[in-house]
Design a protein around this ligand. Structure first.
Ligand SMILES: C[S@@+](CC[C@H](N)C(=O)[O-])C[C@H]1O[C@@H](n2cnc3c(N)ncnc32)[C@H](O)[C@@H]1O
Length: 210
């Protein structure tokens, strides 16, 4: 048994609501790249611990992480940004079936456009989950900081990228983007942060009070 299976065997319970999403993704021929079950559980815990209520997710896919986020607070609401309408439709269906109807809204299209709009509307959030195209992670971070209330959490998934981030000589664009993201978060004067080696890596940052 490896460390990942050890953690899963103790801390990840059978979860039909979430397993159903993986089945639907497979049936629809969509990529099965939702957060890992243990990362999903950490998202739920982080929402609970932080008391965050205005949540923003970048990358909805089938709604797996959306459900994990909304499970963290009884009255939290989620804005989820997704490029593909068919994905957002599937996410909406799953999130509603999980009992979170009226607590989620989807904004469809390139996330950078939606973020620009949210900034124009002066909407703020206290919890962000970045899990979309890796090449834009740093751009998403810049927007999240602008949309964040003091003390907000900014979490990004896949920041170990299967261990590829260790490769200093990589020519892979996504790997380079994730290396840049981790470096930027680690050095950012407005953030306190840590990369947690759970699942494919979650970089957790907290915006210091402005
Ligand atoms: C890793 S999946 C998200 C998984 C989801 N967070 C979960 O755990 O259930 C990445 C998602 O980002 C979306 N995406 C990719 N590029 C995007 C963009 N430029 N704007 C918005 N969404 C994008 C993809 O369509 C895909 O649904």
């Amino acid at each position: 048994m490896n460390l990942e299976s050890y953690i899963q065997s103790l801390f990840v319970q059978k979860d039909e609501e979430l397993e159903k999403i993986t089945d639907s993704l497979l049936q629809a021929g969509m990529p099965t790249i939702s957060v890992s079950p243990e990362s999903g559980k950490l998202l739920t815990l982080l929402v609970k611990i932080s008391g965050a209520q205005n949540l923003l997710e970048i990358g909805a896919l089938g709604g797996y992480s959306g459900i994990c986020l909304l499970r963290g607070d009884d009255i939290a609401n989620l804005t989820s940004l997704e490029l593909h309408e068919t994905y957002a439709d599937m996410a909406k269906q799953h999130v509603e079936e999980a009992g979170f109807k009226d607590r989620v809204r989807y904004k469809i299209g390139p996330a950078l456009d939606s973020l620009k709009q949210l900034k124009r509307d002066r909407i703020t959030y206290d919890f962000f989950f970045i899990d979309a195209d890796k090449g834009n992670y740093v751009n998403y971070l810049d927007y999240c900081i602008q949309l964040a209330s003091p003390g907000a959490l900014i979490i990004a998934d896949n920041t170990l990228w299967g261990g590829e981030v260790l490769n200093e000589h990589t020519e892979n664009k996504d790997t380079k983007a994730l290396q840049t993201y981790n470096r930027k978060v680690a050095d950012h004067p407005q953030l306190e942060s840590l990369l947690v080696p759970l699942g494919d890596g979650l970089t957790i940052a907290r915006l210091k009070s402005k």
